[in-house]
Design a binder for this molecule. Structure first.
Ligand code: HQG
Length: 180
C-alpha cells in the first residue's frame, strides 16, 4: 500500500469509526469498538480493500495516532473525534495552564458570545501547543489561534479529559476563559 492509499484508507476509517458506521453496516459497541475482522470484511464489500497487516501499518503510522487497538488487537476504535454517541471512558485529567484552539475569523463573533461549543462532535477539541492548533485551524482557511486559560477553568470546576492520542477535550469553554 503506498502513502496515498494509506491516507485514503485512513480517511475512510475515520468516517466509519467516528461518524457513519452504518454506511458499511459496521456494528460498534457502546465504547466505540469495532471487531477488526468485521471491519476488514465490511470495508472490502464497500470496495476498500486492505489486509490485517496493512491496517496495523496504518494504525502505527497515522500522523495523529487516530486509531487504537484493544490489548489483543481483536478490536479497533477511533481515539477521539466522534460525532456518534460513544462512551470512550476517558479519564479526567488536570490540564496544563493554557491550551490552544485553532479556528477561523468567521466563527469569532459566535465564539465571543457563546464560547467554544462542541458543535457536531462530542467535545470541544483543544491542542497542547500553538503549532498543532495552527494545523487544526488551517483546515478551514487562515488559522486564528485562541488561548484557553484551562487551569483557571479547572479551578472553577470544569472537567478536562485527554484522549489516547493526546488531544485535550472538554464540554464547553465559556468566552470569559478565552484570550482572543
Ligand atoms: C468552531 C481534527 C461557531 C470551531 C482536528 C471549529 C481536531 C464555533 C468548528 C479535531 C463555536 C468545529 C476537531 C461557536 C466552536 N460558534 N463556531 N460557538 N465553537 N466553533 O471539526 O476543533 O484530523 O468539530 O472553532 O485536527 O476544528 O479529524 O472541531 O472551527 O483535532 O483527527 O466550530 O478534528 O482532527 O469544527 O477539530 P470541528 P475542530 P482529525
Amino acid at each position: 500500500m503506498n502513502e496515498e492509499e494509506k491516507y485514503r484508507t485512513s480517511k475512510f476509517l475515520s468516517l466509519v469509526l467516528r461518524h457513519k458506521p452504518e454506511e458499511i453496516g459496521l456494528p460498534l459497541d457502546v465504547n466505540g469498538w469495532a471487531d477488526v475482522d468485521e471491519l476488514i470484511s465490511r470495508c472490502a464489500v464497500a470496495g476498500k480493500r486492505f489486509s490485517a497487516q496493512e491496517l496495523e501499518e496504518i494504525v502505527a503510522t497515522n500522523d495523529k495516532k487516530r486509531f487504537a487497538y484493544n490489548s489483543d488487537k481483536s478490536k479497533i476504535r477511533a481515539s477521539q473525534g466522534h460525532s456518534i454517541d460513544v462512551e470512550l471512558q476517558l479519564e479526567v485529567k488536570e490540564p496544563p495552564e493554557l491550551l490552544f484552539h485553532g479556528t477561523v475569523e468567521k466563527f469569532l463573533p459566535a465564539i465571543k458570545s457563546q464560547g467554544l461549543l462542541k458543535m457536531k462532535r462530542q467535545h470541544v477539541h483543544l491542542s497542547r501547543d500553538r503549532a498543532t492548533a495552527e494545523k487544526v485551524g488551517e483546515r478551514r482557511g487562515e488559522a486564528i489561534i485562541l488561548i484557553v486559560r484551562s487551569d483557571e477553568m479547572n479551578q472553577d470546576g470544569f472537567v478536562f479529559y485527554q484522549s489516547a492520542n493526546g488531544v485535550w477535550l472538554t464540554d464547553h469553554v465559556p468566552a470569559k476563559y478565552i484570550d482572543f
